[in-house]
Design a protein around this ligand. Structure first.
Ligand SMILES: Cc1cc2nc3c(=O)[nH]c(=O)nc-3n(C[C@H](O)[C@H](O)[C@H](O)COP(=O)(O)OP(=O)(O)OC[C@H]3O[C@@H](n4cnc5c(N)ncnc54)[C@H](O)[C@@H]3O)c2cc1C
Length: 357
């Protein structure tokens, strides 16, 4: 393990803003993790675990402690089958590019992650905010997470129920934030399974289709839709210099939603929403489109605020228009939050992780 000093973090993130890490190490092997953790502990340095930087806003002052970039690789499939003979288990290194794993699963005709095609980031980053898109979430297929527990100073395996998955949430970004360094993620996929076509955009894409699309066709359709929304990283496309969706879709109680719907109706508008219930008790909750709220609060696609702006293709993606600082991005975030709260009485919650603020 080699420790470097004053390593710029902006080039290691998709938003490309922010300062340097005081100390930085890249970890390719599980065996290096304890040593790196010790380095930080002895010097009383704050630790930040970096994946592929696709969900981060790094402060202009950078990170005062140690940044550990996890690049542990390897996709193994022990080929364990369940009674029905079609469950396939994959164990994937935290540093593997998520989209490479999805491509491999799809190529092997394994269903479960096809709608998560084209999401940037590492495999280790996916459990953190329970990555999801187009009707699938990683928690649908995660069996367990192998991690280094900084509290107990040992490697542990957390079965799915221990991960506390919810919409864009897990123990890793809430109750146990900063406790675990994810080393590998174990997924259970279904060989020969049907693609998930719950999402309206996907149903529309295949509307003319008489037969069920293949997993590969579903994956390609997702990528096409994502590209049209600037949610696929395409070199040379300035709308991709983002951290993806900057705000979570608010989940409202029945009463809050009624208020919002009435406000909208008084302006002759209808708020796009869908049921958010994961359990019986939450059935009445509604998830509301954050993009709609942003666009109906005076912030259109292509909106510019100095070096920061909103993508021309998606109202939820805040972009670095060239030489933005983190403070420009945060300024625009504040402006949007304020505008939406004024217009609709809802405080949008940011989705990316703020590092060093
Ligand atoms: C264009 C674009 C589109 C996107 N679309 C989606 C989408 O459709 N759905 C969605 O859910 N997200 C989306 N995202 C957000 C992002 O891709 C995901 O959150 C991704 O999983 C982040 O992974 P990462 O490796 O880049 O993590 P990073 O951004 O490096 O880190 C994110 C968080 O995870 C933690 N972390 C990362 N790796 C580890 C590890 N090994 N152990 C412990 N903690 C770790 C970090 O400490 C940090 O708290 C999008 C982003 C962009 C730029």
């Amino acid at each position: 393990m080699m420790i470097q000093e004053n390593v710029p973090l902006a080039p290691l993130t998709t938003l490309q803003v922010g300062g340097a890490a005081r100390y930085f190490a890249e970890l390719r092997r599980e065996a290096d993790v304890r040593e790196a953790a010790q380095f930080a502990k002895i010097r009383d340095l704050p630790l930040f675990v970096l994946g592929r930087g696709s969900n981060l806003v790094v402060a202009d002052s950078g990170w005062p402690g140690l940044v550990l970039k996890i690049t542990i690789g390897g996709i193994t499939s022990p080929n364990t089958n369940d009674a029905a003979g079609n469950a396939v288990f994959f164990s994937v290194g935290a540093g593997v590019n998520w989209d490479d794993f999805v491509a491999q699963a799809v190529a092997q005709n394994c269903a479960g992650v096809e709608c998560l095609s084209g999401i940037p980031g590492s495999v280790g980053g996916t459990p953190v905010q329970n990555v999801g898109a187009y009707g699938q979430e990683v928690s649908d297929t995660i069996e367990s997470v192998r991690a280094f527990d900084l509290k107990q100073d040992r490697v542990v395996v957390l079965p799915k129920p221990a991960c506390g998955f919810h919409y864009r949430a897990s123990i890793f970004n809430s109750t146990e934030r900063g406790r675990y360094i994810i080393l590998r993620v174990n997924y259970r996929l279904k060989r020969g399974g049907a693609p998930s076509l719950q999402y309206a955009d996907l149903q529309k894409h295949f509307a003319e289709r008489k037969t069920q699309p293949l997993l590969a066709e579903t994956s390609a359709a997702v990528r096409e839709i994502r590209q049209s929304k600037g949610m696929l990283i395409v070199p040379g496309d300035d709308d991709c210099r983002s951290a993806g969706s900057f705000f979570k879709n608010p989940v409202l109680s029945e009463e809050q939603f009624k208020d919002l719907a009435e406000r909208a109706a008084s302006k002759g508008l209808e708020v796009p929403s869908y049921a958010a219930g994961q359990s019986q008790s939450k059935d009445a909750q509604r998830k509301v489109s954050a993009a709609w709220l942003v666009e109906h609060s005076g912030f259109s696609k292509g909106y510019a605020a100095g070096a920061a702006g909103i993508s021309h293709k998606h109202a939820l993606a805040l972009i670095n228009r060239g030489d933005a600082k983190a403070s420009d991005i945060v300024g625009l975030k504040d402006q949007i939050q304020h505008g939406v709260q004024e217009a609709w009485g809802i405080l949008l919650e940011p989705e990316p992780v703020f590092v060093g603020f």
